[in-house]
Design a protein around this ligand. Sequence first.
Ligand SMILES: NC(=O)c1ccc[n+]([C@@H]2O[C@H](COP(=O)([O-])OP(=O)(O)OC[C@H]3O[C@@H](n4cnc5c(N)ncnc54)[C@H](OP(=O)(O)O)[C@@H]3O)[C@@H](O)[C@H]2O)c1
Length: 252
Amino acid sequence: MNILNNKVALVTGSSRGIGAAIARLFAQEGAKVVVHGRDTSAMSSVQADIERAGGKVMCVTADITKFGEIESMRSQIEETFGPVDILIANAGQNLVMPGPFEEISEEGWHATINVNLTATFLTIKSFLPGMKERKTGNIITISSAAARRPTSRSPIPYTAAKAGIQILTQIVAAQVGPYGIRANCITPETILTERNQQSIPDEQKQSLVEMHPIKRLGTPEDVASAALFLASEDAAWITGIILDVAGGSVLV
Ligand SMILES: NC(=O)c1ccc[n+]([C@@H]2O[C@H](COP(=O)([O-])OP(=O)(O)OC[C@H]3O[C@@H](n4cnc5c(N)ncnc54)[C@H](OP(=O)(O)O)[C@@H]3O)[C@@H](O)[C@H]2O)c1
């Protein structure tokens, strides 16, 4: 039997990268998958992959920093697939490069906190009441290895936002465990998404590999497998954890 048989899974930010890999794997495991993003042509391509493999999928768009748009997206999903059983709050991005603290602009700070920490808060805020009412649900948030291991080269607003996501997830886990809801957080190290494949020069990729006890960089599929485990009944007694998917580069 498929691991996620007929569960409704929303993966925010699944038009590409890690989210797209999670969407493909979850559909393969029998979930009804909701692909989300803003780029409709990228979303259509993920949808086509899933349909070709015989999976069930719908697409929704929403700016994840706007609560009204998230609420409309939720209504659309509930009308088509029914309530969301598995919420993967994956959408996010780093908008400010590492540099001296005093050079971080206010705009860069606010925009980065918004698209990572606030977006995760707003997404959970929209879907949690229904999960509590139904007394079931599974939430997985995506932080980053950057927020497990602060260094002088950490991208400051992104690292702070991602650290916030970890604590927020643990508080949610503590609050809603009695309602049969689990909440866990995945912290990936550099993942070879399409974007990183193109933007990280080959020499830098090699020096990044050297930082990992397991001598390679991660793939979107590495993160998807971890998400599948946390979403499955095999993880029924696991909540509030921060799971490093990092090839051993974060040893805490
Ligand atoms: N890749 C890594 O090395 C790495 C490492 C650690 C953590 N992470 C985290 O993992 C998650 C996925 O990363 P990724 O590398 O796969 O990202 P990516 O390839 O850049 O894709 C980001 C996704 O988020 C969506 N998104 C961004 N801002 C949005 C907004 N305001 N409203 C709606 N959707 C929005 C994008 O949608 P559209 O493109 O359709 O607009 C896209 O689907 C992020 O939270 C990231 O911080 C990534």
